[in-house]
Design a protein around this ligand. Sequence first.
Ligand SMILES: Cc1cc2nc3c(=O)[nH]c(=O)nc-3n(C[C@H](O)[C@H](O)[C@H](O)COP(=O)(O)O)c2cc1C
Ligand SMILES: [Mn+2]
Length: 483
Amino acid sequence: MPFDGIQDYAAALEKRGELRVVTASVDPELEITEIADRVLRAGGPALRFDHPKGHPYPVLINLFGTLSRTALALGVSDLDEIGVRVDALLRTQPPTSLLGKIRALPRLAEMASWAPRTVSRAPCQEVVEGEPSLLDLPALKCWPEDGGRFVTLPMVITRHRETGRRNVGMYRMQIFDRRTAGMHWHPHKVGAEHYRLYEAAGDRMPVAVALGSDPAVIYSATAPLPEEFDELLFAGFLRRQAVDTVRCRTLDLEVPADAEFVLEGYVAPGERRQEGPFGDHTGYYSLPDDFPVFHLTAMTRRAKPIYPATIVGRPPKEDCFLGKATERIFLPLIRMQLPEIVDINLPVEGIFHNLALVRIRKRYPGQANKVMHALWGMGQMMLTKIIVVVDEEVDVRNLSQVIWRVGNNIDPERDICFVRGPVDILDHAARLPGFGSKMGIDATRKLPGEGFTRPWPDVIEMSPEVKARVDALMTALRLEEMR
Ligand SMILES: Cc1cc2nc3c(=O)[nH]c(=O)nc-3n(C[C@H](O)[C@H](O)[C@H](O)COP(=O)(O)O)c2cc1C
Ligand SMILES: [Mn+2]
């Protein structure tokens, strides 16, 4: 059964012993970060701080603090189960767009049941604030050099100016004062694209921000879906049940009905304000930069809301587990375009856009290069700084194997290629913000068709007969504990 919001999810966690309630007063400035970080590193539970210093609303954090909790949040026991469902969905139709595929499926009734439904009364509108203020939120100052307090788990909802298509993206918001906040959508993201169209027309763009929902909805806001794909439909697919939405009080936008808080407002054309610094998921501070400004015009909430938060920083943090969910869920989509891909590992230390390890079934000359360039042309994978391609016998989730194989199998000058293109806006090493170079390492075995005519040696393995003989011998040699 899907969850009716984060409070329902927290109750489920509590039953499983995966929620710890902290009743002591704890400061949302730095203290919650330090506690949440230690608990996450220990593989510990989600945390509810009932008395964040200076604020009436509890703070909920570490909702996605382990792989198994992230799976539970998405209604499965193993994240690969979702990949299998996506795969089954895709294989029923030749590839065009994901949306096209979903539409073409025979199980129309089930799919129709995933489309968001509008309801007229919603928990997220139990209270309409008379004097809305962002300062009421127990938003965290996460790290010592942060420029202020940030809303770290927001679902930012906008609509395409011409097509009316909805987008839900997670973009952090720095609280400037009661009514304004930074809107940190990177230029490559869909929220930024929606804003560009409004800005070009000289119009204000309506923006709704939902805080808290079924964790499958929260995850969907982080998922790198194709631009035209509605995150709330995707959430409906994940939870196998439609997301209930309600129309905002003052905007023509719908928000998840089960949210804790809803911020209604707009982003004005032409307006920028300095945002940051912010201790980011790279493990470094993002330096101050100019970003658009969100203006709060109305605020609704549950009668007894809980404020959802997360912290990012040096990996691992919660976003690593959200990223692992994406890696597993989107693998079938990538394989639709690149069937030679067996597996992909985005190690958490590579913060997702720095390093991708790709395992392929190589059949023809140049195939590793084709895979790299295809990935650099695919959605947010375009930002991947280093792509390493290995042969199918290499388990990319085993870094020891990867390093051993890559080191042995490359002739660096021949097998490393550099390309230029868009890089993540958080990449502080790039020569220009958002533009730099990327590296592909082809660590596959080279073929004669690639000009490699030298003999290729075998990997060392003991013969099976000797292994069997020694299995029997170990006891006699009194080495049985080392079998
Ligand atoms: C905790 C967390 C914080 C994030 N903060 C930002 C952010 O501030 N700006 C941004 O552009 N992306 C941020 N992201 C990544 C986006 O949510 C992600 O790229 C998503 O796919 C964007 O949705 P879109 O494709 O609809 O734009 C964050 C992700 C997580 C998990
Ligand atoms: Mn999107």
